[in-house]
Write a new protein. Structure first.
Length: 241
């Protein structure tokens, strides 16, 4: 089976510093794969390489068997990879609905078609009641969900989620976990960066662990929770998988 995403020996240097060093892993269709590790481990840099913000210094990335390393972000998005950002940046003076419409234009030809799709996505992400609100006024939990809604409007096959749960209260957290599970049920594959270990252990099929830019482990949540290298580098204690 061809992997949906294949990261093959990827390194990214900034000057003489290696932010990511010889990292390889695959994501298969229908999976939720988590990317974890301490701050500064290279997780977001790797996302930036996958979706074209940075070119890999070494190695290659393949999506559906096609080499995408070196392509521009908008080309990679059109192929079917969307992402959210750690620091959410909605179009602040626009309504929630118009934010999602703007993304929907990637695949639609008319305003009415884009609006219809945007309204469906706002219902899916439970933001429909906030559709006319100026996005700057949304609380953090809803801004994070708007970021996911904007990514979904591009009709991705692979969704990269960068800390979509950070800073959420328990109620928002549970709602976001439900939405991520619904996204997977809808047929979208997910690669997620997250520090919230309870979330990761409950939703992931596989986990890839980075430390100082290098992959130190990969496995099921149970395997990772009991991996001595991961416990020492990141978890601090064994986790319940």
């Amino acid at each position: 089976m061809t992997a949906l995403l294949e990261v093959r020996g990827v390194s990214r240097f900034f000057g003489g510093l290696a932010a990511v060093m010889d990292v390889s892993f695959t994501v298969n269709k229908g999976e939720i794969v988590a990317l974890i590790g301490p701050n500064g481990a290279g997780k977001t840099t790797l996302f930036n390489v996958i979706n074209g913000f940075y070119k890999p210094s070494q190695g290659e990335i393949f999506f559906k068997g096609k080499r995408i390393s070196g392509m521009k972000p908008h080309q990679i998005c059109r192929l079917g990879i969307a992402r959210t950002f750690q620091v959410v940046k909605p179009l602040q003076r626009m309504t929630v609905l118009d934010n999602v419409i703007a993304s929907a234009f990637l695949r639609t030809k008319s305003r009415s078609e884009a609006e219809k799709k945007a309204l469906e996505i706002l219902k899916f992400t439970e933001l429909y009641d906030d559709r006319d609100m100026i996005s700057k006024g949304l609380p953090l939990g809803k801004r994070k969900r708007l970021e996911i809604a904007r990514a979904l409007a591009t009709e991705p096959e692979l969704l990269l989620l960068d800390e979509s749960f950070a800073g959420l209260n328990p109620t928002e957290l549970n709602k976001s976990i439900e939405i991520v599970k619904k996204i997977r049920e809808s047929g979208i594959t997910i690669l997620i960066i997250e520090h919230h270990m309870k979330v990761i252990m409950s939703i992931s099929d596989r986990i890839v662990v980075l430390n100082y830019g290098e992959k130190i482990a990969e496995g099921t949540p149970e395997e990772i929770a009991n991996n001595p290298l991961v416990i020492e580098a990141y978890l601090g204690e064994a986790q319940d998988a």
